[in-house]
Design a protein around this ligand. Structure first.
Ligand SMILES: Cc1cc2nc3c(=O)[nH]c(=O)nc-3n(C[C@H](O)[C@H](O)[C@H](O)COP(=O)(O)OP(=O)(O)OC[C@H]3O[C@@H](n4cnc5c(N)ncnc54)[C@H](O)[C@@H]3O)c2cc1C
Length: 485
């Protein structure tokens, strides 16, 4: 293929699409509004501490390998991945602890220790997850889904897999222990969905993790982005940062140009948009065909509240990834997703990269980020007032439980709220992951990878098929590759 192609947005989906388009023969230029690439996967340096701002868990390393292989290169020559063990530790309020991950034998013995009656149920859940993976991941994740006929063909499979059932319902069928049931249901939260409502298709993640492991990139996701940026430059993809597109000019059903904030017109034969599709159709195209109108009302994912900090001491008892489960589960999720109120309580994800990679903090110190799912900006929350209060409550809870001494050791604290997602990534309603991954917002019902209305505009990233998360957006770039070829 030849011709000029402009990618707008340098998130992981945009970068992967740029690489795939280049390998297919296009002259590619990538425009990003921020000063660095990566989008949600950007990295932060706060004082002497390094942080990944977003994704930390790599579950499908082969999708990164493929990007280097497009150009006859090996990923491991540019960035090293290490397999983690355990994948996650769960801390419960009854003071029990459950380590998930590692070898199959280790997982089985940990389940046997924690809840022996659930061992056979867990293995049945895994079998079910494998069936979901084989169909929903291997057959459908990188398949274009913009034609209604594709959906019609997939319906019998969806029905057979009971895709209308939620992750919570599926796990509940196999697992009795309440803590374990919660632990094995949280995956949708990593993609912006409520486990109580998210289609059980996402339970395929259990098998994905089992088949490929859970990895961390040495140097963090920042090192991955930097390696991909160098790969783009080696293969003559032009990267232009600090450039925000503020509208598209159209003629009939084609995009004529993308116009920057300072009124420069960018002309190309094809355009790939990597920002939030809600923002694209509402603000950049001001377009509202019936199909788009329906999708504009899709339920948004939740918001994220993230605290980044260093500590002047080490917390060696805390592994790389932990989930700190609050007292409530369903009630908390309903408050965040349905009632849209900021609850008094919380559940947390704790990232301690210094458990694996000492480069994130000075010697003898740790680097952390702690994340709590919260309502998006559709809720009327005054984040300026609430953010410091919530941060203090979270730090107190950790200090009083698993991390004694934390409070006095904290250094260089920074807070990110849904307001920052709106401001930095132009995410509509400050949603952490664009639209939510419900059954009625998946596949054909999600924003299409070939624009609903313009024949030379393609969409890649979290709001499009197959969905959010690193594997999701890297697969959406594979879909776009098929469409532009
Ligand atoms: C805190 C957090 C933790 C996460 N953890 C994990 C995890 O551990 N594992 C996992 O798999 N997933 C995780 N995710 C999800 C995953 O990070 C995202 O789904 C994925 O990175 C989104 O990629 P994307 O391609 O949609 O682009 P984004 O990251 O959304 O990037 C889009 C880019 O487009 C740019 N842009 C937008 N509009 C314009 C415009 N008009 N002009 C120019 N540029 C524009 C934005 O500035 C941005 O850089 C996490 C997400 C967050 C926020």
């Amino acid at each position: 293929m030849s011709g000029n192609l402009a990618v707008i947005g340098g998130g992981l989906g945009g970068i992967a699409a740029a690489l795939r388009a280049r390998a297919a023969g296009y002259n590619v230029t990538l425009y990003e509004r921020l000063s660095q690439l990566g989008g949600r996967a950007q990295s932060l340096k706060i004082g002497p501490y390094k942080h990944d701002a977003g994704p930390t868990v790599i579950t499908a390393p082969f999708l990164f390998d493929e990007l280097f292989e497009l150009f006859g290169e090996k990923r491991e020559d540019s960035v090293k991945f290490v397999a983690l063990d355990p994948w996650y530790r769960f801390y419960f309020r009854d003071k029990s602890v459950f380590d998930y991950g590692g070898s199959p034998a280790k997982i089985n013995s940990e389940i046997e220790r924690y809840s022996p009656k659930d061992l056979s149920g867990y293995n049945s859940l895994l079998k079910h997850s494998k069936a979901l993976y084989k169909t929903a991941y291997e057959d459908l994740a990188d398949m274009p889904f913009h034609r209604l006929s594709t959906l019609v063909k997939a319906i019998p499979t969806m029905l057979r897999l009971r895709a209308d059932r939620s992750v919570w319902q599926l796990v509940g069928k196999y697992i009795e222990n309440q803590n374990l049931r919660r632990a094995l249901s949280i995956q949708p939260l990593l993609l912006g969905g409520n486990p109580l409502d998210t289609t059980c298709i996402y339970s395929l993640i259990h098998y994905l993790e089992r088949a490929h492991g859970v990895h961390f990139a040495m140097g963090g996701m920042g090192a991955v982005i930097s390696a991909l940026e160098k790969l783009m430059k080696r293969h003559n993809i032009k990267v232009v940062c600090n450039t925000s597109i503020s509208k598209f000019k159209t003629v009939g059903n084609r995009i004529q140009s993308a116009v920057t904030e300072d009124n420069q017109e960018i002309e190309a034969d094809q355009y790939i948009f990597n920002g939030d599709p809600l923002f694209l159709y509402r603000d950049l195209l001001k377009h509202s065909s019936l199909q788009v109108k329906i999708k504009m009302s899709h339920k948004r994912s939740m918001g994220l509240f993230v605290i980044f900090f260093g500590t002047s001491q080490k917390f060696n008892q805390i592994p790389h990834h932990s989930i700190w489960m609050g007292e409530r589960f369903s009630g908390l999720l309903r408050d965040i997703f349905d009632h849209q109120i900021l609850p008094e309580d919380f559940s947390l994800y704790i990232h301690r990269p210094t458990a694996t990679d000492p480069s994130f903090a000075p010697e003898g110190h740790d680097s952390f980020y702690v994340l709590a799912p919260v309502p998006n900006l559709r809720a009327q929350i005054n984040w300026k007032a609430q953010a410091p209060l919530l941060a203090e409550k979270i730090i107190d809870a950790l200090n009083d439980n698993e991390m004694p001494g934390l409070k006095s050791g904290i250094r260089n604290l920074r807070i990110m709220t849904p307001e920052d997602f709106k401001e930095d990534y132009l995410s509509v309603d400050g949603a952490g992951f664009s639209i939510a991954p419900t059954f009625k917002q998946s596949a054909w019902f999600r924003f299409h990878n070939l624009s609903e209305s313009f024949e030379n505009l393609f969409l890649v990233g979290a709001g499009t098929h197959p969905g959010a998360g690193v594997p999701g957006v890297l697969n959406s770039a594979k879909v776009v590759e098929k469409l532009i070829i």
